[in-house]
Design a binder for this molecule. Structure first.
Ligand SMILES: Cc1ncc(COP(=O)(O)O)c(C=O)c1O
Length: 448
């Protein structure tokens, strides 16, 4: 019922008049609004939503092949180079715990102390009553490590990307992003309402062409890339990106989820790896769920940027509760260990280098992975990726198949996250098994 008819009926009733004429007009109004969409159960019954078909097909395929369902699989105990799954001890390549700090007694003690000191929640947004010294301590020490003025810690890694990009980019702005950046960056860009163009992966010339063509039509231009790409394990040419962004007066944001704590002499990410000035990158971002062994996300950069985000960015500073005290304490303890024990980062990179070299020697395709701890083993199709992952699992090696939609349909792979605690023997065994399995793999039937 349109609101003015509703008001008229109400008025008629209050005035003691008949509503008959109004009922006729209501029917006329309903006829005038012919339905544009034929409503069916697929619009109100979740069981009939088409999205569920993808899931049903996947389960059907696993059952048909006799594979154990490998998603949401529970593990016991702390994840490290090994993990307990289904009562079995497995070599683990599926945790982001690069520096093996998730089970570190110092990190755990800091998190427990924070719970003793502040409880399990601050019970408020930071701006209101949720601020505790731990947040500022983490932010101060992080900013120092990156060589920038300030930082802000957010509740979620994913959400901090969405909130930051969604806040900084506006309708009159342009976002240029590497085609392989993480979904959280894409969603932030989409929500911002800014014009968006992808450039070919790590192709600085393509980026420059876009800037030459479009820069003058927009106010702010935000360039999005990653320090280490999460699916491919390669590192972009950061000095060239910085030179380009400076020349075109654009802003550069780098997602260091997989590079912070890992690459560079001290492990402090791209700044360290390339010997950059922290101020050359406008927006430093990382998720806290990788090397920091906790959960959350940070942004670091100039003081003015951080002030804006803390006071005004919905989902980072505003309209959101503070991070959990224990998360900030764990992140701070992890940061201090990174600073004091740079050998951890060096060992991750060495371990990964060994894995990559052995895999290449054995004829495996590790794609463009270089210098990082993310190693894909590229496979011709998704069926082979699922088959290989299932056989690896049977052989007590945990690695996860990456298939569409997280990678393109023709880019299926097994992805290996190497960590500081992996041994040469574990890596050798893994590479050997990959080679043996590939040699006897069945031809895919095109069922999936
Ligand atoms: C590159 C990248 N950015 C952002 C995120 C989001 O971080 P989180 O999962 O901690 O929310 C991830 C998560 O996997 C990631 O790989």
């Amino acid at each position: 019922m349109s609101s003015d008819i509703h008001v008229e009926r109400l008025r008629a009733r209050l005035l003691g008049k008949q509503g008959g004429a109004l009922v006729d007009r209501e029917a006329q109004a309903a006829r005038a609004v012919a339905p544009k969409v034929a409503t069916g159960p697929e619009h109100y019954d979740f069981a009939q939503f088409p999205e569920l078909r993808e899931y049903a097909n996947t389960r059907w395929y696993y059952d048909k092949q006799g594979y154990e369902w490998n998603m949401f699989r529970e593990h016991a105990g702390v994840v490290s180079a090994e993990v307990d799954v289904a009562g079995r001890r497995m070599i683990n390549f599926s945790s982001y715990n690069y520096l093996d700090l998730s089970g570190d007694p110092r990190v755990q003690a800091a998190a427990k102390q924070a719970i003793d000191d502040y409880g399990t929640s601050t019970g408020s947004g930071r701006i209101i009553m949720g601020e505790i010294p731990l947040f500022a301590e983490f932010e101060r020490e992080l900013a120092d490590a990156l060589g920038v003025e300030d930082a802000v810690l957010g509740v979620s890694g994913y959400g901090t990307n969405v909130a930051t990009i969604g806040y900084l980019a506006r309708k009159q702005d342009l976002v240029l992003y590497d085609e392989l950046v993480h979904n959280s960056m894409l969603v932030g860009a989409k929500l911002s309402g800014a014009r968006r163009f992808a450039f070919a992966h790590n192709d600085c010339d393509a980026l420059e062409r876009l800037l030459i063509e479009h820069r003058s039509n927009f106010e702010r231009v935000l360039i999005l890339t990653e320090g280490v790409f999460s699916m491919d394990g390669d590192i972009p040419d950061m000095p060239r990106l910085i030179e380009i962004k400076k020349r075109h007066h654009a802003l550069l944001m780098v997602d260091e989820a997989h590079s912070m704590g890992v690459i560079g002499a001290r492990g402090f990410g791209v700044v360290d790896h390339f010997g950059l000035n922290g101020a050359d990158i406008d927006i430093h971002y990382a998720s806290m769920s990788k090397a920091f062994a906790t959960i959350g996300g940070y942004v670091a950069g100039r003081r003015e940027l951080i002030t804006m985000l803390k006071y005004y960015a919905p989902g980072l500073g505003l309209y959101i509760a503070s991070p959990m005290p224990a998360n900030a304490a764990a992140g701070l303890a992890a940061l201090r260990i990174m600073r004091d024990e740079p050998q951890r980062a060096r060992r991750v990179v060495e371990n990964a280098g060994y894995f990559r070299a052995q895999a290449r020697l054995a004829g495996l395709n590790v794609g463009r992975s270089e210098g990082s701890a993310v190693i894909p083993v590229m496979l011709p199709d998704a069926e082979l990726a699922l088959w290989m992952a299932a056989r690896m699992f049977e052989n007590n090696i945990f690695t996860f198949p990456m298939i569409f939609p997280v990678v393109p349909r023709n880019a299926a792979r097994l992805r290996f996250f190497v960590n500081t605690a992996h041994t040469r023997e574990q890596i050798d065994r893994t590479v050997r098994l990959l080679v043996e399995l590939k040699a006897v793999a069945p031809i895919s039937k095109g069922l999936f």
